[in-house]
Design a protein around this ligand. Sequence first.
Ligand SMILES: [Zn+2]
Length: 607
Amino acid sequence: MTFKDMFKKTTYISVEEETEQDRGSGDGQEPAVPEGMWQKCPGCGELVYSEDLEENLSVCPKCGYHVRIGARERIEMVLDPDTFVEWDTGIENGDPLGFHGYEDKVKQLQRMTGLDEAVITGTGKIGRRDVVIGVCDTAFLMGSMGHVVGEKITRAVERATKQKKPVILFSCSGGARMQEGIVSLMQMAKTSAALKKHSDAGLLYISVLTDPTTGGVTASFAMLGDIILAEPGALIGFAGPRVIKQTIGQDLPEGFQRSEFLLEHGLIDNVVTRQNLKRILARLLRLHTRTKQTPELYAKVMDELEEYKNRQLWESPDEFFLHNEESEMIPAGSAEEGKQRLKNDLQNYSAWDRVQISRRAERPTAVDYMKRLFTHFYELHGDRAFRDDRSIVGGVAMFGHQPVTVIGQQKGHNTKENIMRNFGMPYPEGYRKALRLMKEAEKFKRPIICFVDTPGAFCGIEAEERGQGEAIARNLAEMSAITVPILTIMIGEGGSGGALAMAVSNEVWMMENATYTVLSPEGFASILWKDSKRADEAATVMKMTASDLRRLGIIETIVPEKEPITQETMEDAAMFIKEKLLSFLQDYMIKKEDDIVELRYHRFRDF
Ligand SMILES: [Zn+2]
């Protein structure tokens, strides 16, 4: 097939038509939930009692299939009761192409669906917090975006910017509305531009993708969320699967363009079941509540933190304690013990001993520290470009009443976990995910806490193809200018550039038995002495232990380990870090943005 042929094919089949054919939704004339006592589940094919389905939020009780729901139903599901106020109904629908029968069709659909267009917008509350909300509905011309849909979304976003409110948009759409031609295309630019202004005002936008989100909607507002969530199994893509299949003449991979596929490919933050959606939205709204950097406000936040510490209440409130499949909810550790100071004289291990200790599988991982230091953790996935690298775990959490961004290089405690985490060796997409989360932290004025534990950045063909060097370099440059405080804690191995890419920070702390070095001692010995067996000697020469590095001014603080730390014995160290972190935040969160950047610049400029 020539390129010209390919072009013809992709241009002349609209995603809207295709989605309708694939899904058999026949122009949206069939309601999403058919009438009758029983219905056949599109997922498992079993007959499901309609009442059971409805009670289960239109999720099949047998297989978990998420049946499409209407916009009104959705609003009822996610907003606090009786808080919704609808905006901008009755906008005149233009017919820019004079397309035969279009106006009649719209009028007919308005009568049939009780909707005035394919999106409902307005304001309401989730978890008692104000939001501006927009919900698309496939019952109206497959949720396609014409002038009215674009206008309603744009007005809602503009109003949210003015009122300083977060926006939540639920997408489901076949894409641009063919009957409105090029005017429909302009809605993509219009909605995106309004969201850019909203974002520049430092406001939160959460995009929730539902089945199906395709075409021009995917290529505009749907993919612009600070946080992008998706319902399980939703079809999400730019070109529809049938067009792609016809164009390339190949079978598509299993699960192609489904939510789970997008998660794995780093394009969305998480897949969330309908049952958990409201609670997670409420949690995310809370975690994104922006704290102003005024000394008065910080004094208050810090008082609260102090109060937490004194009352030893480091557990997460019950209403936020979720145990579910899509979030690694991390409860806080108790601070009942560990009040007495740990002795500060370091244990008498050789450098090579410490190298080996730093690599032990029973040492606490980044997530083990996160569990004990923070509450309300919500993991965010992906670099929004290629893949979700599981060797870096990142997300938002609370430290007392202070929202923070936490990012850690994650090893496993056993072989299975280590394979999943790539032995803590990040790919370029891992560093890009970390940077994305840091930029988000900066937007919402949250301090950043990084945990470093890596033998080094992953060394391999794919890593080079995707620009490992570029990814690390980018992090060094961008981190140097981030306007919120950054703290890095070296918890195990600090392997070279792969460690530094998360350590261009205002302060770097180190566990007593962690290491931080330009190269492994084995590598150093084999390069300089052509003998990797002299690694123990190299470890001493290289000055890679915590006390060496403090003497050299590379790190600020050593976190004592009474004995080589394990998950079981880490409580004292966690308590030590908590108290230090409190004073770090006290010092830094009242500083001006320029000063935070300048201090970090000089920290490295002086070497
Ligand atoms: Zn089913």
